[in-house]
Design a protein around this ligand. Structure first.
Ligand code: MN3
Length: 219
């Protein structure tokens, strides 16, 4: 789940002290070993992606919050107000939220699609195959770096994409809604194994999708 806890902001009895403790974020432990998603995503990619890229977003987010003296209750609050915040917070709060979600919507070998999810997908896209086809097309078609998303908005499911580390919770995003599923299509997510073949990465990624997490994120 999202590690949007303010690690340094709880537990104190003195209110004044608590207010002075800056909001800091930390990386949740990966829910599986770095090699557990092989052969679909290789261990080296996971090690660098989780250990360097995601870790970097968390570090840079904490630095940017401290430098700008910004406090917020959660990462979601930052995302919802990102148009008023420095660009470093947009990029790194997005990077932290997106990767935290990404690790959790994957599981070794994937899992069965719960009835709640298949019913909603069938209602919105006609069939599971049609959903996967549209989502894959969106992921492959995202120019440059970014993410493909399945979101829930006003009780309906929608597919879309965002550039860079933007996401559908940001006030600046064209695509808006609750993220149910996200796919990282930055080259750092696949280039070691797949090089320029983003389509092969997207195709194999379906073997890893954790549909229980999709269900848990639905209203
Ligand atoms: Mn990434």
């Amino acid at each position: 789940m999202l590690s949007s806890c303010a690690d340094g902001a709880g537990g104190g009895e003195n209110e004044e002290m608590v207010k002075q403790v800056p909001l800091t974020f930390s990386q949740a432990i990966l829910p599986y070993a770095v090699g557990a998603l092989e052969p679909n995503i290789d261990a080296m990619t996971m090690e660098i992606h989780y250990g360097k890229h995601h870790a970097g977003y968390v570090k840079n987010l904490n630095n940017a919050l401290a430098e700008n003296n910004i406090n917020a209750a959660s990462v979601e609050e930052l995302l919802a107000n990102v148009s008023n915040l420095p660009v470093a917070i947009r990029n790194n709060a997005g990077g932290h939220y997106n990767h935290d979600l990404f690790w959790n919507v994957m599981t070794p070998g994937g899992n069965e699609v719960p009835g709640k999810v298949s019913e909603a997908i069938n209602a919105s896209f006609g069939s599971m195959d049609a959903f996967k086809e549209e989502f894959s097309k969106t992921a492959k078609g995202r120019f440059g770096s970014g993410w493909a998303w399945l979101v829930e908005a006003d009780g309906k499911l929608m597919i879309g994409s965002t550039p860079n580390q933007d996401n559908p919770l940001m006030d600046v995003s064209e695509l808006k809604g609750t993220p149910l599923l996200g796919l990282d299509v930055w080259e750092h997510a696949y280039y070691l194994k797949y090089q320029n073949l983003r389509g092969d990465y997207v195709k194999n990624w379906w073997n890893l999708v954790n549909y229980d997490q999709v269900a848990a994120r639905m209203s």
